[in-house]
Design a binder for this molecule. Structure first.
Ligand code: AMP
Length: 354
């Protein structure tokens, strides 16, 4: 156990790290962030920051010396960096979890191996593979780069007439996954925490609405049947157990028109669809991550209230005075100075029925 007063290292310096650092500080921990980015949202609120590349072994070694445990807020941290750190300090979740979740092919194979349903998929390493996959899965389909994709980046929809060469070119990928197109009724997610003793605590399933592949809104709880919510919860817990995870995993799922629940993606870290937990739950996802990686008891997760979380993307953030003036709106800004279209700069959570 790492008691309050200890130092938590965080790999990645974005808003997820920032909100984790704030939760850690409230419990008396210090946070040391490791990120290539100068003046990152997390470093602005952390006790210490190392600004270095993830392949800088000297910087990683000094970081490992300075912290009691390491967690991450970004799953594209190179696995080699995490393996290197693991020689000196516990990393939770560690390199084996990361190796599965940072590669869509590994992730889908892992899920299916554990009996968890996904869209049908094929691996593709060439345009010929894309053609063969499209023939087997049918069109439309979705072609995604195996690694480093997020918010719909590195992703193209394959429609007929199929031009696999153009699609492959657009991706610029050496390794890709082709997925059958899921005609879903809605997208949901469940975040589950797993502690050092294997005990778990999950948040209720929420609905996620996207605009241009970027999360726009999360609705709590998801308007789904109790059976579907229970099935989503079962799946998320099965994933956490199968990963042998210490920390958090967000499980993104599709609910089909016939109430099948298919897993789309895993994120072994706090997740945008859990930001509402700061304002509507006794324990936020960020505090829960701190508790899990420090081997403290997990906290209660039952929401006080239904809620709606809206992301502030790009220049939507300029509406902050409006949100400050709105009773019941909880405004969170991430300290990012550069405003770009679609960039996540903050969010607002409203408790419904207040
Ligand atoms: P991802 O990057 O895998 O999370 O995908 C981003 C978004 O693209 C998802 O939230 C869905 O809205 C959509 N999407 C991804 N995969 C599929 C699929 N196989 N069928 C239909 N829509 C998809």
């Amino acid at each position: 156990m790492i008691a309050p007063g200890g130092t938590i290292g965080i790999l990645g310096g974005g808003q997820l790290g920032r909100m984790t650092a704030l939760a850690a500080a409230r419990l008396g921990y210090r946070v040391h962030v490791f990120t290539p980015e100068a003046d990152s949202p997390c470093a602005q609120v952390a006790a210490a920051a190392t600004v270095a590349e993830f392949n800088d072994h000297a910087a990683l070694a000094a970081f490992a010396q300075a912290v009691d445990v390491v967690t991450l807020e970004w799953e594209n941290v190179p696995v080699e960096a995490v393996r290197y750190l693991e020689e000196g300090v516990p990393v939770r979740p560690g390199s084996t979890v990361l190796a599965v979740t940072r590669d869509r092919l590994e992730e889908k194979a892992f899920l299916n191996r554990h009996g968890i349903a996904t869209a049908p998929w094929r691996a593709a390493y060439s345009t010929e593979d894309v053609l063969a996959a499209a023939a087997e899965l049918g069109l439309p389909a979705v072609l995604k780069a195996a690694t480093l994709g997020y918010d719909g980046k590195g992703q193209v929809r394959l429609d007929s007439p199929l031009d696999p060469q153009a699609a492959w070119h657009a991706m610029g990928a050496g390794e890709a996954i082709v997925e059958g197109y899921v005609r879903f009724e809605r997208e949901i997610s469940v975040i589950v925490a797993r502690g050092g003793d294997g005990g778990m605590a999950s948040y209720p399933a929420v609905e996620n609405q996207h605009t241009n592949h970027i999360l726009a809104r999360t609705i709590v709880p998801a308007p789904i049947s109790a059976e579907t919510a229970a099935e989503a919860d079962r799946i998320a817990r099965r994933v956490a157990r199968a990963l042998d995870l210490t920390g958090l995993v967000a499980v993104e799922m599709f609910v089909t028109h016939d109430n099948q629940v298919l897993v789309n993606e895993l994120a072994p870290r706090p997740h945008n669809s859990g930001h509402w937990t700061i304002d509507a739950c006794p324990t936020s996802q960020f505090e829960q991550l701190v508790r899990a990686v420090c081997h403290l008891p997990l906290g209660p997760t039952t929401p006080f209230h239904p809620a709606v979380m809206e992301n502030l993307l790009g220049d939507q953030v300029s509406r902050w005075p409006e949100f400050l003036a709105e009773p019941g709106a909880h405004l969170h800004l991430y300290g990012k100075t550069e405003v770009r279209p679609g960039r996540k700069l903050g969010h607002v959570t409203r408790l419904v029925g207040r």
